[in-house]
Design a protein. Sequence first.
Length: 285
Amino acid sequence: MMVMDGYRGFLGLLVSALLVGFLSVLFTLIWVLHYREGLGWDGTALEFNWHPVLVVTGFVFIQGIAIIVYRLPWTWKCSKLLMKSIHAGLNAIAAILAIISLVAVFDFHNARNIPNMYSLHSWVGLTAVILYVLQLLLGVFIFLLPWAPLSLRALLMPVHIYSGLLIFGAVIATALMGVTEKLIFALKKPEYSQFPPEGIFTNTLGLLILVFGALIFWIVTRPQWKRPKEPNSILLQPNGATAEGMEGSMAISVGNMDKSDSELNGEAAARKRNFALDEAGQRST
């Protein structure tokens, strides 16, 4: 394993992020099972309860892990293609869970004749899901599959990184809005403003989600914890060539040019020496 600057700090933050993320999922399950009467798929509130569970599990926790998977130093010896596949696979799982969570919400609303898409939570949430799916598809076709040229990858990589963090931040904000909205609608006696146990417990869940997002953002934005570039990595090109192969051939060509120049210079110097010796010999005779 390669040495990472500040490895202990990274390990501490990673363990903290995993612990907080796991607690977020656990708190969500306790919330819906203990306070919201459980889970089901029958058009009732039990079906709606799948929404927070799947969002926090997939769209928050698994997406967060997918974001920092490149930062794990014990995976740096793994091929870049393998890590890309893991990154894409985790994001695909998160996207599937997010889509199922939307189906649960729409089924519940339609069964109860509740209007859809009227709140800011629903607007931001649906936008985040759509952008996330587009981000996943573009990532697969441009960065995972060997079709896009290197110039296009280099151009889109900063956009891919920024949009990924933007979507993750939007998901965190959407989850917090959704928790608050649900508590306002669900808590009547006692009301949310009267600090009932469910309100306090679920507010704690919101804080855990926020802290998890903050830890993920900190880990992924530290330059000293970035995966080092692989000198021998293979980036497939549409014609089957590789960037490293091109660089290698260029290096060989330059080396040959340097070698040829040195040989020519050596031959010229030898000719000069021979000419001088011949001239000296003719003078001596």
